[in-house]
Write a protein that binds this ligand. Sequence first.
Ligand code: F6P
Length: 543
Amino acid sequence: MAQHTLLTQRPAWAALRSHFQDLKGAHLRDLFAADPDRGTRLTAEAVGVFADYSKNRVTDETLTLLFALAGECDLKGRIGAMFGGEKINITENRAVLHTALRAPKGAVVTVDGKNVVPEVHAVLDAMSAFADRVRSGEWKGYTGKPIKSVVNIGIGGSDLGPVMANEALRFYAQRDLTFRFLSNVDGTDFSETVRDLDPAETLFIVCSKTFTTQETMTNAESARAWSLAALKDPASVAKHFVAVSTNAAKVKEFGIDTANMFGFWDWVGGRYSMDSAVGLATVLALGPTHFRELLAGFHAMDEHFRTAPFEKNVPVILGLISVWYGSFFGAETAAVLPYDQYLKRFPAYLQQLTMESNGKRVTLGGAEVDYQTGAVYWGEPGTNGQHSFYQLIHQGTKLIPCDFIAFCRSLNPVGRHHDLLMANVFAQAEALAFGKTAEQVRADKVEEWLVPHKTFPGNRPSNVLLLEKLTPFALGTLVALYEHIVFTQGVIWDIGSFDQWGVELGKALASRIVPELEAPAEPDLKHDSSTNALIRRYRQGKK
Ligand code: F6P
């Protein structure tokens, strides 16, 4: 395995460290006063995403040093390696090729000597044909009725992407089809999902890359039992269950006809899979044309990331700035604040993308890092968050870089709503950056003891991402933007962004505990005293 230079030993890192000492006390008010063009200069645009990053605690020198760091970390080479199908997911010995999922027909992307693009398009064509049949009512359930409800059963990357995309693009969806997403192993999720559905009109998509995930398989088995209880005949499963998976053997074992399986490949990570067959629920909702527009948006951002010089490269700029906050300012979280109700699940989607990818504590070479890596991502759609947690962002003790996401045109123009919504975006970013000084507060004739309470320190950074309208294409660009921000961060931090070993231990321990909860006789417990006592209490309590 290649030996990596420790990040903190790189010349650009040392230069950034000393630059940080100079800049940490600077206020955005002063940076703007010293550079009147800053608000138009520190912006970049990529395929319809306008990024204003001027309200960040950076100067030209900061950016120059960050670009130099990217150079020293060979970001360009690593981008080439990802797009070129090299096995950059080293702990699983896999290529990382979600970008091939949106490559146009005719493109060539080679993995192990084989061009994967024809297979990608064959699956897309199969998804489209299936979606057309369901949407038109041609696909009939076992009793001859058309499908009215679609339930996607999956978790993590096999849930969050489709949930987010179906919500984000609901404006474009076929409204006589109902979509539900069943993920939690909690029986309540199952019961509430199916309680008012008619089995004769319900299609289940069992969506699991591995087809072994405990939550998904448990829900799928309950769904099959629920469906069979009404439809009686095992032959009905073929009409009411389809699968999305890389594991044909397990799909068959479950009883789903592999003719109704939509495949993908081990070079697609779960959290990078919403544009693969995992997006089947999205194709069913939106139709093939809109789904292809979504893919075109992804691809346009991919091309920007792959080819634009770093100084104009939106994912690179935003990725590097987030490293600046995380590793130098010690910012532990980042807020993503979409000012569009349709994007209400976008922060939840981003949590898996960012945190499962960059929640890592060792370098690719296995050394423990001595700097902060992935931030905690969180957020809510505006303006709701303003009346909830923004107080802490404005006047609390923590530095929380924010991404505001907004659109110039509303899909639902109603009266003054959109201007009011957008006024809040601009006002929040302005207030965070510039705050309100004690002198300004005093000028409002406030009693002196109240002045500190009403003072806003400002100097709280944010990006504003402004797009024209929330279309399938625009959503594709946004998701790809964050995928590539995550990639940029991971390269700088020298961590493996494409594995997720951290979720394995809990899974293994849960499998060990299940029989201890279900055993009729008192089990011989060999955990720590706390876990043993909790298991005993649970066994008592459930009697
Ligand atoms: O949470 C761990 C994880 O492996 C995710 O990476 C993945 O998206 C999820 O579980 C679901 O996995 P599968 O699609 O194989 O059911």
